[in-house]
Design a protein around this ligand. Structure first.
Ligand code: FES
Ligand SMILES: [Fe+2]
Length: 276
C-alpha cells in the first residue's frame, strides 16, 4: 500500500529497468524506487521482474539461479515462474496456491526493458516511449551503458535540459567554444508529454569531439535538440553540418549526427540508475 502523502516517486509511468542484453543466463538484482527486484529471462526468452525476496524465508532471489521453469531460490530451492507463481517446492508435490511473490509488468522494446512501478490496473503499453533509432544500428550505431549516480534522478533531467554548462564542463570535447553556447538561438516547445527545445549555434567552430569523430573541421551550424518526456526520459538529437550548406533547412546531410536516449530511473530518493 502506497502512502501517497510521502510518495516521492511518480509511479504510474514506465521506467528503464535494464538493457535487453543484460538479461542472459543469470538473474540481475536491481533496486528501483526502494524496491529490490530480480530480473531474468524465462525459458521462452520472456523477461520477468519479481520482488527480490523469496516468500519462504526472505532470501534474495537474485542470489539464486535461472532454471527451466523459472528462478530457483538459492536458499531452499523453491522455484518461481516469470509471473511470480511458485511452481515447485522441493520435497512435496503440493504447492499452496498463495505461494507467490510480486511480479512487475515489463515491456521489452528497441533494446530496452521498461518496468511499470505503479498501479497494475493502469498499465498502458502505449505510454512506452518510441525510439526507433535503436532499430537502425547501421545508421545509428550506439554504445549501451548504465551508471549508478548519487543524486535524486531529477538532477539528471535538470542537467540535460539546461545545456548552458556545455561550453564549460565539456569545452574540450562536445562543448567547444562557450561563447557559441551563450549566443545560441533557443526555441522551446511544450509537448503532450513534456517539453522540447532546439538550440542552434550558427557559424560556430566545430567542437573538438566532432573534429575527432567525424573529421568535421572549420565552422559549422550546430544544433542540440532535446525532448524531456515525463517523468524520467530525455531524447537527444545533436548534430553539425559545415556552415553554408543550409543545415537549418536540411539536417539530413553529411556532418556529425548523434542520437542518445537518456533514462534516469530512481533507485532511492538519493540515487538513480542512469541509462544512456
Ligand atoms: S528462502 Fe527461498 S526457498 Fe527458502
Ligand atoms: Fe554535460
Amino acid at each position: 500500500m502506497i502512502n501517497k502523502a510521502f510518495e516521492p516517486f511518480a509511479r504510474n509511468a514506465w521506467y528503464l529497468a535494464a538493457w535487453s542484453e543484460e538479461l542472459e543466463d543469470s538473474p540481475v538484482g536491481r533496486t528501483i524506487m526502494n524496491e529490490p527486484i530480480v530480473f531474468f529471462r524465462d525459458a521462452n526468452g520472456r523477461p520477468a521482474a519479481l520482488e527480490d525476496r523469496c516468500c519462504h524465508r526472505g532470501a534474495p532471489l537474485s542470489q539464486g539461479r535461472v532454471v527451466e521453469s523459472g528462478i530457483e531460490c538459492g536458499y531452499h530451492g523453491l522455484i518461481f515462474d516469470g509471473y511470480g507463481i511458485c511452481v515447485e517446492i522441493p520435497g512435496t508435490d503440493k504447492v499452496p496456491p498463495q505461494t507467490m511473490v510480486r511480479s512487475y509488468p515489463l515491456v521489452e522494446r528497441q533494446e530496452f526493458i521498461w518496468i511499470w512501478m505503479g498501479d497494475p490496473g493502469q498499465v498502458d503499453e502505449n505510454m512506452v516511449i518510441d525510439f526507433p533509432f535503436h532499430d537502425q544500428p547501421n545508421k545509428w550505431p550506439h554504445r549501451k551503458d548504465m551508471f549508478l549516480i548519487k543524486s535524486n534522478y531529477i538532477m539528471m533531467i535538470d542537467n540535460l535540459m539546461d545545456l548552458s554548462h556545455l561550453g564549460y564542463v565539456h569545452r574540450k570535447t562536445i562543448g567547444g567554444n562557450p561563447s557559441a553556447h551563450v549566443a545560441a538561438e533557443m526555441e522551446v516547445t511544450p509537448t503532450e508529454t513534456g517539453v522540447r527545445y532546439v538550440r542552434w549555434m550558427l557559424d560556430a567552430p566545430s567542437p573538438p569531439s566532432y573534429v575527432k569523430a567525424a573529421n568535421l573541421r572549420g565552422n559549422v551550424d550546430r544544433w542540440w535538440d532535446l525532448e524531456y518526456v515525463v517523468p524520467s526520459s530525455v531524447l537527444q538529437w545533436t548534430g553539425a553540418i559545415n556552415t553554408g550548406k543550409g543545415a537549418k533547412e536540411n539536417q539530413d546531410q553529411p556532418g556529425f549526427h548523434t542520437r542518445v536516449f537518456h533514462g534516469a530511473t530512481p533507485e532511492t530518493e538519493n540515487t538513480f540508475h542512469y541509462f544512456w
